[in-house]
Design a protein. Sequence first.
Lengths: 167, 572
Amino acid sequence: MRHIISLEVENQSGVLARIAGLFSARGFNIDCLSAAWSEDEDTSNITLVVRGDDSVIEQIIKQLNKLIDIIRVTDVTENDYVGRAMVLLKINCPPTRRLEASSIANIFRAKVVDISAKSMMLELTGQEAKIAAFIETLRPFGIKEVVRSATIAMVRDSNFKNNHNSK
Amino acid sequence: MTGAQMILHALEREGVAAVFGFPGGAIIDVFDKLYDSPVPFYLTRHEQGAAHAADGYARASGQVGVCMATSGPGATNLVTGLATAYMDSIPLVAITGQVASHLIGNDAFQESDMLGISRSITKHNYLVKEVDELAGILKAAFYIARTGRPGPVLVDVPKDIQQASTESLYPEEVSVRGYRPTVKGHPQQIQKAASLISKANRPVIFAGGGVISSDAADALVALAHKIQAPVTTSFMGLGAFPETDALALKMLGMHGTAYANYAIQESDLLIAVGVRFDDRVTGDVRKFAPKARIIHIDIDPTTIHKNVQVEVPVVGDVKSVLLDLLDELKPKNHDAWLRQINDWKAAHPLVYRQNGSILPQVVIETIAEITDHEAIIATEVGQHQMWTAQFYNFKKPRHFISSGGLGTMGFGFPAAIGAQVAHPDATVIDIAGDGSIQMNIQELATVAAYRLPVKIVILNNQSLGMVRQWQAIFYHRRFSNTCLRRNIDCPTHCDGMENCGIAYVPDYTKLAEAYGIPGYFADRPEQVRPTLEKALKTPGPAVVEFRIDKEENVFPMVPSGKALDQMLRGIA
């Protein structure tokens, strides 16, 4: 099972190394990881996407909790949440195909952020599945470059039980 | 106050009664202040010795052990000691010098990335970046080392921080927001545990090092007697329950007693207290305690469900949880179960064969008799360690000082030094093999210098005996590099059977004498008791060497990966 784990950590050098060290020492896998400042200058937010059966996830969460520089561990996927990743995508796009590409971008609510004689750069934010579909849809153009961000996530306060589709 | 002064001030404020270490360029400022400090310091002859001595001090006293070393090689020499303490959950604070802040990352002379190197073998570590943070970091280091599941904490202090002055005061209180160990067990879990215990017919208490580190031995004895449950201990738990008690099953696992292992396999309720279900305990984990429901009490939530799935976990300090549990329980009897256990004890005692040479088991039994099972016994790692675990019959906690998790050869002697410093009047004996003792033999100078009356008993089988035992049993007697008599004249292969006549080196009696320490040698069984009596009466340190048969092996033995009831018995 894929789990998104959100961490509030001390804003200190070496915290990422502690997390990376924990995962490599215990043989856990990280699918992706995002780290950035939080509102509080003493802390940072780290979002991990990890994979494993229930016992592995239980150990991952407990071991993360055990790290002294980690203040809070939340398994976001245990809750109703919003998860978002971002992609920057550069495709082959001669002027003749610009209209076609930008209409696909519209369907996905992506943005065109750069354009040249031969290529177009697009930006999309969304769930990982949507990003994957977007990339596949544009593949026939010829993909020159893809840079994807890790997923970040936040638990919803509006606790509508049937809201899972909008993740 | 300078940073260096703050370090010594912190040691005083924490009540540190012994520091073990070795000086060097990047910690010279601290040593300069130490020159005028009341903090007692012990100069070992190797930083590894300092780390193990601090560890032995902590194990014997229950206090935080402190060691100190310089940057680079001094600090990296602590690594094995930190890893040893980490695996066995021993509270340690290691203070290392570091090159000056502006040189960090420049591959400066004697620079090593101690934060990186020690990350996976410490409970936590710090690099001090501002002198004003130093006091708070030291306070936190001691707090983290001794609380929760104890462990080593390293504080790396750059030279310029030691020299800089600070106005900060040593804090009275400490709070680390990412670290809040659970002490009190959840009442609902304790009730569930009590309910399982009340229904059990064949309970076994399985006690580990957590009982000792939370000073819960009395509570454990009370629990065992109240519910009349037999008690087995892990290697780390030896001494947590008196092995002279009728309910004692002694140690379980790979080299545990047959009756402890049978009891585990037949038990319908395992009450696991302060243990982590190490593979040396469980054998094949899928076949471990197959008929038992399991209660698991431990302060570290990561130990729960890590190796074994349990029915009732109770996270909390062992002593606190046991006392709460005792309140919930009514006295019980398990006469039929205890009869069954006594039958196993009678049918499968720990045994050894007489063969005319000095038997290591007899040496250990004799030491136990002379010291009434109450000496502080350190060991190295290997066959002698397992024989000690099997035959000493420990009565009290903090009297068995041995590297369990990491299995560090060379640990016992420096650890015995630490234990002797903690208890100057106690009889402290390092039971060693001839392989292990050579790994930190330089500390003979330390015991000589401080007149520490540590006694070293070397069971010399002229081999790296435990590896040799595996080679004899599982590797067709191919004794690759386990003979310590082997020299350049030997043939490539040797079945180890003949007396080849090659002289053993070193001569331990002469070696001891070189340090001004009396040495004793014996190779006949009738010499064992008089030699031990003479050595133990010697004031100051002494070295005793017993020549033993290299074919003598440790039994019973559960081969690695087998179930606990699939023991090799060696002799019927």
